[in-house]
Design a protein around this ligand. Structure first.
Ligand SMILES: Nc1ncnc2c1ncn2[C@@H]1O[C@H](COP(=O)(O)OP(=O)(O)OP(=O)(O)O)[C@@H](O)[C@H]1O
Length: 274
């Protein structure tokens, strides 16, 4: 069974972390985008990264996806150290979805090609003939993410929610060891958000699914089954660790600079001003 299609079971003892940052600063001019960040993600962990606008979440994902190097400190990804590895070999092992990447998908691309071409690290149809294994995997992922009916539709004709799910199927196509999702819930209506949260919750439970890091501004988008959280404010880590210890009213109030009340029911969080 593929990495993202198996049933849930107890994760095995993880070896080296898939992401490890030690004393990381990212500085542009006089501005610290990140300051003194220590963070590690193990293969069986599912992290949510929460913080207000400008906190540095996207910058952190840029490091974790080997699209940026730190100004200071060390970043290790999948056992390799950034600066001492060819990032073009590393990147295919990491699935990433973001608004910036989505903008690079042409609206006229056939949706099925958007998914299958990820196996070749290109957008859109690249080869006349794909491997039967690639086509089977793309079809399985499109079924899993509820977009199998759109294979022949131009990507630009899909709704925002459908496009988000196609992007996740595409990110999973190369069977990545790490999946990074930058605000997948942005712009979705309530139905779209709830559908996405349920599917991400399912993925979180799969034994052979990749390590996952989900960026969001909203605790309502944390899928049940996620295990850890990192709170970021002004480029600095407010708290990081097991979800129950980190996603608290006090932690979120400090992160968002607003007194918040936090409630949890059936594994879902809601937050509002206290
Ligand atoms: N090249 C740059 N030079 C100076 N400042 C930058 C640069 N790139 C990003 N920044 C700033 O760094 C901060 C962190 O940006 P980042 O995109 O990582 O935040 P974020 O938490 O993802 O925000 P949002 O939730 O709004 O997407 C922002 O204030 C941004 O303006």
């Amino acid at each position: 069974m593929s990495s993202s299609g198996g049933p849930s079971a107890a994760p095995s003892e993880a070896a080296e972390p898939v992401v490890e940052l030690r004393g990381v600063d990212v500085v542009r001019g006089e501005t610290h985008l990140l300051r003194g960040v220590d963070w590690s993600v193990r293969a069986d962990e599912r992290w949510v990264l929460l913080g207000p606008n400008g906190a540095g979440k996207t910058t952190l994902l840029q490091l974790a996806s080997a699209h940026m190097h730190p100004t200071r400190g060390e970043v290790r990804l999948l056992g390799e150290t950034l600066g001492a590895v060819d990032v073009f070999e590393l990147r295919p092992r990491i699935g990433l979805t973001s608004a910036a990447l989505a903008q690079r998908i042409g609206p006229g691309e056939r949706t099925g090609d958007v998914v299958v071409s990820a196996g070749y690290a290109v957008v859109g149809r690249w080869r006349e003939r794909y491997d039967i294994g690639d086509l089977t995997r793309a079809a399985m992922l499109m079924r899993q993410w509820g977009v199998e009916g759109f294979a022949n539709r131009p990507f630009g004709t899909l709704s925002e929610g459908e496009r988000k799910r196609v992007q996740i199927a595409r990110a999973l196509m190369p069977d990545p060891e790490l999946l990074l999702l930058d605000e997948p819930g942005a712009g979705l209506d309530l139905t779209g958000r709830e559908d996405l949260v349920a599917r991400l919750s399912d993925l979180a439970g799969y034994l052979y699914a990749p390590a996952q890091v989900l960026v969001t501004h909203h605790v309502e988008e944390i899928p049940p089954g996620y295990t850890h959280a990192l709170l970021l404010r002004g480029g600095e880590v407010v708290a990081a660790g097991p979800l129950e210890e980190v996603v608290t009213a006090d932690g979120l109030s400090a992160t968002f600079g607003l007194p918040l009340q936090l409630d949890r029911a059936d594994g879902r969080f809601t937050a509002r001003r206290r």
